[in-house]
Ligand binder design. Structure first.
Ligand SMILES: [Fe+2]
Ligand SMILES: [Fe+2]
Length: 278
């Protein structure tokens, strides 16, 4: 097992935030949920964390339908976040609408390329699993090669990987049909490299933890709305928006889902949903 060069025990936290599905001002509420207010509440909750996390990682589906208005509103809400943020896209995002709003940070986004950086003795990779026009996830041969190269660049650092689409099937047919489609090739990279300590995804709008080859795979609930674990189809649950806190201690980490307190309950009861909004 590779060891990281920690002289003293590093202690910091990260936040995983995903799937806010913010609509444009002139668009209908997604599944009847005021996701813009919920996203704003999640951002406020993260701003209040003490100690403040080192970084927020936002794994896509920022906007409800990829419209320019939705992108502007989502990015506008994000500006109130007082923690550095890294973003990768989901299947609902339109890179052309979002990229111009993000300055230099947008350069790496929506281009089927992974973003890699080192943070206090950890290697962090954000993968772009969005594939324009497709609901399911796909890395592609070029990005899979890049993942291998970026991990090999820091062979002594433990690594955490973030991407929009879930990797391992969740046992729910309606969402498993759009997991990461090249997931078996992806797992092969993780097996070869040996430094990955955790993989974090969104897309499924629920919490989950699975394990493969000693690596935990987490799904983080949405900052907008959640789905029941119902195998028959997507049904919106009355659960609040949420984010995931990841506490790093040396070469280990612990993680928990943090629900966001809302002053008003969800306006509409859970109702059957179309299959189009994951
Ligand atoms: Fe998604
Ligand atoms: Fe989503």
């Amino acid at each position: 097992m590779p060891s990281a060069p920690h002289d003293t025990l590093t202690e910091f936290s990260l936040v995983h935030l995903t799937d806010p599905h913010v609509p444009g001002e002139d668009q209908a509420l997604p599944r009847g949920v005021d996701t813009a207010s919920r996203f704003a509440a999640a951002i406020e909750a993260i701003n209040r964390l003490s100690p403040s996390p080192a970084c927020v990682i936002l794994t896509g589906d920022l906007s409800v339908a990829g419209s320019a208005g939705a992108a502007r509103r989502a990015v506008g809400l994000l500006r109130s976040l007082r923690v550095p943020v890294r973003i990768t896209f989901g299947n609902h995002d339109d890179p052309e609408a979002l990229r111009p709003l993000m300055g230099r940070a947008g350069d790496a986004m929506g281009k089927k390329a992974c973003q890699a950086f080192d943070l206090r003795g950890w290697r962090i990779l954000l993968l772009d699993s969005s594939d324009l026009g497709l609901r399911g996830g796909f890395l592609g041969a070029g990005q899979r090669h890049q993942v291998r190269v970026e991990l090999a660049r820091a062979p002594r650092l433990p690594a955490l990987l973030f991407l929009h689409h879930h990797v391992l099937p969740l046992g729910l047919p309606w969402v498993d049909r759009d997991n990461l489609h090249d997931w078996t090739e992806f797992l092969e990279i993780l097996r070869e490299v040996g430094t990955v300590r955790g993989v974090f995804s969104g897309h499924a709008h629920q919490a989950s933890r699975q394990e493969w080859n000693g690596i935990p795979f987490y799904v983080t609930p949405s900052a907008g709305y959640q789905f029941f674990r119902d195998p028959t189809g997507p049904r919106v649950s009355p659960e609040p928006p949420a984010y995931r806190l990841i506490r790093i201690l040396g070469e280990a980490f612990a993680t928990e889902v943090r629900p966001v307190e809302m002053s008003a309950p969800m306006a509409e009861p859970a109702r059957p949903g179309s299959a189009s909004g994951v």
